[in-house]
Design a protein around this ligand. Structure first.
Ligand code: FEO
Length: 414
């Protein structure tokens, strides 16, 4: 048993020493894979496949650390980084974005190397100061500024509001060219194998879409401009290294092309019907409306979601993919349901563009919900196709026939 313990102890030690994963001759991944993460931004965003906080180390004549990890992993990060490198040999830290999932380990790291210059945007400095209240050695950079590492050079490109005011990307012109893009091009996807061609392509692309929809979509006009700027720079790009999820190695520009598509009022031939229901009446309406859509548009993919049960961020991703949405709620307490109200608030914030919509719902006496939903859909930027459909109590067959006809008319109006 003792010898087995020794073997186990040895293998554990060896595993710890392997924190870094070599990407190229000069660049290593030194981040943290978070297999347990189930939600992000509090509970605003579900992360069914975990995530990672990617940090990178470049060793040229100068040594640079790019971004750190989320605060709960700060001690682990610094302790493992020490096994990879003498911290005192780090010449620069580059902080592309300073939300806590990337800057969270700065205090722990700078306890050891307090004078190392931190390269970040001016807004980045303000955010770090606002979070940690420390007078560290900040160097502000803007688009086009460079930092020589000896053989290779870093070039900084501001990505303000993608998705925070401080965001930037850093381009490294060594080893075939690497874009360190931080949140842009990321996905909440945990993997030990790092690269996009080592995981299920459909899963990772779904997570990239969900990430774009739920985090970046409000800033799509800016994203279009920045993606075009990146393309116009005609950079050699062997790798795109975001701060979450896989590194784009196989055809790295595919994610840039996707962003160009997604940022331009993206939609597929899909209609999403989202409802909440108390006693199944609004559900019955939703299903009859779906039948009506299929009667006249059989090629259109129709998705039905119960927002009280389904994951809100997956539902939003379905809405983002859709050319039109129908939102249904029963009337409750002279209003609409809690789950639908939350969804509408998120829809407004995500600023979906060029999508059509309509409302529906059952009621018992006052029946305010449909009118309220229509107003909120308009407020969220959707083009209303009609004034909505309300049905009293439990819909009987004639009422369901009306719902089916409502679905047909809705599909024809798109
Ligand atoms: Fe991954 Fe905006 O932080």
């Amino acid at each position: 048993m003792r010898s087995l313990n020794r073997i186990f102890a040895k293998s554990t030690t060896k595993k710890k020493q392997n924190m870094a994963k070599k990407l190229t001759e000069h660049v290593s991944w030194v981040g943290k894979v978070d297999w347990e993460l189930t939600s992000f931004h509090g509970d605003e965003l579900s992360t069914h496949r975990g995530s990672s906080y990617n940090s990178y180390l470049i060793r040229d004549e100068k040594t640079v650390l790019i971004d750190t990890v989320w605060k709960p992993y700060d001690e682990e990060f610094v302790s493992r980084l020490k096994q990879e490198i003498d911290l005192k040999t780090i010449d620069y830290i580059v902080m592309n974005h300073n939300e806590i999932d990337h800057s969270g380990a700065l205090p722990e790291l700078l306890r050891e190397i307090p004078d190392v210059p931190i390269y970040c945007t001016k807004k980045g400095e303000a955010i770090i100061r606002g979070h940690y209240h420390q007078d560290w050695n900040f160097v502000n950079v803007k688009t086009g500024d460079t930092l020589s590492l000896g053989k290779a050079t870093l070039t900084f490109v501001e990505m303000n509001m993608l998705h925070w005011p401080d965001s930037m990307l850093t381009y490294y012109d060594g080893d075939g060219g690497i874009v360190f893009s931080n949140d842009a091009f990321g996905q909440h996807f945990a993997t030990e194998s790092l690269y996009n061609d080592t995981v299920c392509e459909a899963e990772v692309m779904y997570e990239a879409e969900k990430y774009y929809c739920n985090i970046l979509n409000p800033y799509s006009p800016l994203a279009l401009k920045k993606v075009q700027l990146i393309k116009d720079m005609n950079l050699n790009i062997a790798l795109i290294c975001p701060s979450h999820g896989v590194i784009w190695k196989n055809n790295p520009m595919q994610i840039v092309e996707k962003y160009q598509l997604w940022a331009d009022a993206y939609q597929e031939n899909q209609i999403t019907i989202v409802y909440d229901t108390m006693w199944q009446s609004t559900r019955k309406m939703a299903e009859a409306i779906a039948d009506g859509i299929r009667d006249v548009a059989p090629e259109t993919f129709v998705k039905i979601c119960n927002i009280a049960h389904d994951d809100k961020n997956d539902v939003l991703t379905d809405m983002w993919r859709s050319k039109a949405v129908l939102v249904g709620s029963p009337t409750i307490n002279y209003g609409h349901s809690f789950a639908i109200a939350g969804l509408l608030e998120m829809m407004k914030g995500l600023k979906f563009k060029k999508k059509k919509a309509a409302a529906f719902g059952s009621y018992g006496w006052s029946g305010e919900a449909v009118k309220q939903l229509s107003a909120r859909l308009q407020e969220a930027g959707f083009e209303l196709v009609n004034e909505g459909l309300s049905k009293l109590w439990v819909p009987d067959q004639p009422a369901l026939d009306d719902c089916r006809e409502y679905g047909r008319e809705f599909a024809k109006a798109l």
